[in-house]
Design a protein around this ligand. Structure first.
Ligand SMILES: [Zn+2]
Length: 265
């Protein structure tokens, strides 16, 4: 979100600030556009919220388990279930692709609504959307190799055993720095107009396919072929992973800005 913020129109920035001001949930994150990007993960780890179990209800929404050898989007999205109510209350068995689409649509419909229930749904849609566009660009959130998205595959990095998922989700991101705003400033410097133009092309499905392709061709294939759980101890493999993460974060930011500017127009 820190990257996206720099690419939002003033109008979108104001609309986001207004939605944040309307947010009645003040406990999980600070009330600012950068902090709310982690809300969906924090919400998921809550035990019980007004009669629902947030983990049961939302954890499948954070990824799409496209099988590395036989990717099938319809299957991975549980045949795209429909629901008549708000997307935040939608079926628990759904994938990140459907949820990005649904929350983006709701944000567009409800961000300027005067109805209280629609306003609160727009707040939720904003928080889920910001988070899920980021998750989709983490390749292990768009792929599966019978290992729970890399959660069950252990690798050794710096003499420590960690899961492949944790390495891509956390270790590599932290290697860029600890302050998301500073990371965003650095990454933004390398984003040219031409690059923005290229990244904004294509659909949500194309973005999903790209993330899947990175997982398959750049992460799983070389790692499994090497047969070595210390694959990333080789500095060239590690540095390649860092540069992929940088690009994924940049792409996620640019595409999130595109969606938000369209929805909040
Ligand atoms: Zn997540």
């Amino acid at each position: 979100m820190a990257i996206a913020w720099q690419h939002l129109t003033e109008h979108s920035q104001q609309a986001i600030q207004q939605l944040i001001d309307l947010d009645t949930d003040n406990t999980l994150t600070a009330k600012n556009p950068i902090a709310i990007a982690t809300w969906a993960d924090r919400y998921r780890s809550q035990k019980q919220v007004s009669g629902v179990n947030p983990y049961q209800q939302t954890h499948l929404w954070h990824f799409v388990d496209l099988d590395i050898d036989h990717p099938n989007l319809n299957e991975a999205c549980y045949q795209h279930p429909t629901s008549s109510g708000f997307a935040s209350a939608g079926p628990s068995h759904d994938c990140i692709v459907d949820k990005i689409e649904a929350f983006s649509r709701e944000l567009k419909l409800y961000h300027a609504s005067q109805r209280r229930d629609e306003q609160q749904e727009a707040v939720l849609a904003l928080k889920f959307l910001i988070h899920f566009v980021g998750d989709l660009h983490q390749p292990l959130h768009a792929s599966n190799h019978h290992d729970n998205g890399g959660n069950k595959l252990t690798i050794i990095v710096d003499h420590k055993k960690i899961s492949l998922h944790h390495f891509w989700d956390t270790t590599l991101v932290h290697s860029l720095g600890s302050d998301p705003v500073l990371i965003a400033q650095t990454l933004n410097q390398s984003i040219t107009e031409q690059v923005i133009h290229n990244w904004q092309r294509g659909s949500l499905i194309d973005w999903t396919r790209e993330s899947f392709k990175t997982a398959k061709e750049v992460i799983y294939t070389p790692l499994l072929m090497s047969g070595d759980s210390g694959y990333y101890n080789d500095p060239s493999h590690y540095n390649e992973a860092v540069s992929i993460v940088r690009i994924e974060l940049e792409e996620a930011g640019i595409r999130l800005a595109l969606l938000l500017n369209e929805d909040l127009r």
